[in-house]
Design a protein around this ligand. Sequence first.
Ligand code: HPA
Ligand code: ZN
Length: 335
Amino acid sequence: MRRLVEGMPKVELHMHLEGSLEPELLFALARRNDIDIGFASEDSLRAAYDFANLQSFLDIYYAGLRVLLHERDFHDMAWSYLRRVREDNVLHAEVFLAPQAHLRRGISVRTMFDGVRGAMERARGELGMTTGLILVFQRQFSEEEAFESLRASEPFADRVVGFGLGGAEVGNRPGKFARVFAECRAQGFRIVAHAGEEGGADYVRETVEVLGVDRIDHGVRCEEDPALVRELAESRIPLTVCPLSNLKLKVVRRLEDHAMARLLRAGLAVTMNSDDPSYFGGYMNDNYLATQAALGLTREEIREIARNGVAAAFVDARRRAELSRMLEDYWAKAG
Ligand code: HPA
Ligand code: ZN
């Protein structure tokens, strides 16, 4: 099973570039930019990755972003991630970036976008990977500020496939961002939002009904509302599930309790993703392997999860057909 999972062509649809900064790179950027990050070593920073909940993670995660100042810092962050997941046989990755987290520190959209874009183009040329960029609004801030982030990004709109919603979920309901997502949709962008990670099933329902999302990020707590589970099975709105993230942020106590297999078996379009791989203990293959072992996913279920990823990607018909063919060829050879 390990060899089968590792070699399988994959699509990743839910990962925060800022959450891919490994302690080694974080320290290297801190040195390069002469910033004191308040930890003595890579190991002491890594030892602090012991989270009680989403907020305790976000605190340390936002603090780490201070090392990102220049275009090449954003490039190095994105390039490290892309090069790393290519080793996991990820052939298409849709990556999240939170402009507000950087605009608030005085970094221009051009600086972040040029850096990330450079890495994405390099991935196409050197790794044969395709990529998409999704800009994530931070829900703990106002909708007005989300609009400002949208306006600041508009000159670079040709580089963006969609908009998303992240940050502190509980107390910041999806409906708070109804107008800004309506505007994104009117401009032709795809829409995703984190929901049902720490928020309950009502947050998932509101995300679908009020925001009209194309995919739900996490969504695992939809399980608390059986009618919603049936509706999601019917609509096949994809869920970008991140099992190791849910374990690390204590959304589930044990991976064995995770909803992924139950939701898959209920007919939902469940996909596998890493969220913040540096902080949550694993990239794509780690997520597949740990979840397979904990939930007893069958070969056919692994294949179905990977197929769901290809079907849920924001790519054109030609690229989808290509990805699909590579996946099916792989399984045909695997026998
Ligand atoms: N949830 C919400 N916001 C985030 C996350 C997450 O798991 N990771 C980075 N920003
Ligand atoms: Zn996330």
